[in-house]
Design a protein around this ligand. Structure first.
Ligand SMILES: Cc1cc2nc3c(=O)[nH]c(=O)nc-3n(C[C@H](O)[C@H](O)[C@H](O)COP(=O)(O)OP(=O)(O)OC[C@H]3O[C@@H](n4cnc5c(N)ncnc54)[C@H](O)[C@@H]3O)c2cc1C
Length: 399
């Protein structure tokens, strides 16, 4: 008999959760991670409080080449299921914004919860321990690891995505998929700040640090969130969200005064205001933004608004409410919160996450081509895909 029913590679969100579920259902599980510390991404997420799910998470909140793939797992392990687990472990939590749930105290509470769940499943945990190679052997697999050769019936790849290499992210999962003949889709940094050519960005550098609510759109992504100006470009939730939909060469469109009709407001001010345009605009926008914007329209700034042509006011308003700009790039995997793309979901069973080509080989979490919006969705995918796989690995009947 093989010593393990399953080896889970990667003790992050998905790997820990999957190992615990499979172990509690009777599987003999070995969990391996090469990093010195378990679940570093949970630890640093949500400013140390981990935005662990989104109350309203559903398939519409995820990007994938195959958008229906995530439906089954998300339906079978819901945010409410994870909330119930968090409550069973007496971890206090709160809702912050748009359904985003955070720990009251610390992300460490969640890590401790996941480790307790693994203990309850008698999971063997080797960390730090690198895996050098995985190959098929007989009806199962063999792994070369720092602690020697391991034989197992099944292998779960939960090695995450490429963001933040300095805390252990690698392309191991993608390489393993290709080694076994599974297709991968193109990968790119997502939930990431956008950057611009230094010369094009120079007029906006004085705005670094300014944050304001905006409407933003790129490709199929459209959001109403806060935008943050930085020295190199744009960040903040609005830009992180839209970055997942952005492709090089495409513009992003920004409405810097969402919900307002700035053109009509400025035209109406002509009848009642004796101010110059430079003094009128800050009545309707953050003053720093108005000031920086008018340096790009010096001919208007000093003109009394009453003497300014409607056409010029409408153009000024349009430049603010239909601001179209083309990023030169992103801040890359050093700053990205997730990787878009990954193991092609057409290669996997949506019920169990098992490879269709290589029975016994599973992929879960971020390494799979399912990418959530900002706001707890990526952890919900980690839990849901891990639950689908963990239940399939467990020998006990499905609850
Ligand atoms: C700064 C930051 C903040 C975030 N905040 C949030 C948030 O608040 N809410 C949210 O939903 N999402 C958030 N995310 C995204 C979320 O952290 C990930 O989507 C999630 O952790 C993915 O889970 P995973 O288990 O697939 O991968 P990970 O949690 O990244 O775990 C992968 C594990 O595999 C290990 N590993 C990698 N390569 C190997 C190898 N070769 N051998 C052995 N082990 C290996 C790694 O050490 C790691 O422990 C954030 C991400 C970042 C970077």
């Amino acid at each position: 008999m093989l010593p393990y029913d399953a080896v889970v590679i990667g003790a992050g969100a998905a790997g820990l959760f999957c190992a615990g579920i499979a172990g509690q259902r009777g599987a003999r599980v070995l969990l391996i991670d090469h990093a010195p510390k378990v679940a570093e991404k949970i630890r640093i997420s949500g400013g140390g409080r981990c935005n662990f799910t989104n109350r309203d998470a559903g398939p519409a909140n995820f990007l994938s080449d195959n958008p229906h793939f995530c439906r089954s797992a998300l339906a079978r392990y819901t945010p409410q299921d994870f909330i119930a687990l968090v409550q069973r472990h007496r971890i206090a939590w709160h809702e912050k914004h748009k359904g985003q749930l955070f720990c009251d105290e610390s992300a460490e509470d969640l890590i401790a919860m996941l480790l307790r769940e693994c203990e309850q499943g008698n999971v063997t945990h080797w960390q730090p321990c690198a895996v050098q190679a995985v190959r098929q052997a007989g009806t199962g697999f063999e792994l070369d690891t720092d602690r020697g050769l391991v034989r197992t019936a099944r292998v779960v790849v939960a090695t995450g995505g490429l963001p933040v290499p300095k805390i252990g992210a690698t392309d191991f999962g993608l390489r393993l998929a290709r080694q076994f003949g599974l297709r991968t889709t193109d990968t790119r940094p997502a939930l990431v700040p956008l950057t611009f050519d230094a010369a094009a960005w120079a007029p906006f550098v004085p705005l670094a640090g300014l944050s304001l609510p905006v409407g933003i759109r790129s490709g199929d992504g459209e959001f109403l969130e806060d935008l943050l100006f930085t020295h190199r470009g744009l960040s903040g939730p609005a830009v992180l969200q839209v970055s997942s939909f952005w492709h090089p060469g495409q513009p992003i469109d920004v409405d810097l005064a969402p919900g307002a009709d700035l053109g009509a407001t400025l035209k109406a001010a002509k009848g009642s205001s004796r101010r110059k345009v430079a003094n009128e605009l800050p009545q309707h926008l953050p003053a720093r933004l108005a000031e920086a914007w008018l340096t790009r329209h010096p001919e208007l700034a000093e003109r009394p608004i009453a003497d300014t042509r409607d056409k010029d006011l409408l153009q000024l308003a349009a430049s603010l409410q239909a601001w179209s700009l083309t990023p030169s790039g992103t801040e890359g995997y050093k700053k990205a919160e997730v990787m878009a793309g990954g193991v092609d979901t057409r290669e996997l069973s949506s019920q169990t996450m098992e490879s269709r080509k290589v029975p016994g080989l599973y992929f879960i979490g971020e390494v799979v081509d399912v990418t959530g919006w900002l706001g707890g969705y990526n952890f919900q995918w980690a839990w849901a895909s891990a639950a689908a796989c963990g239940r399939a690995l467990g020998t006990a009947p499905d609850a």
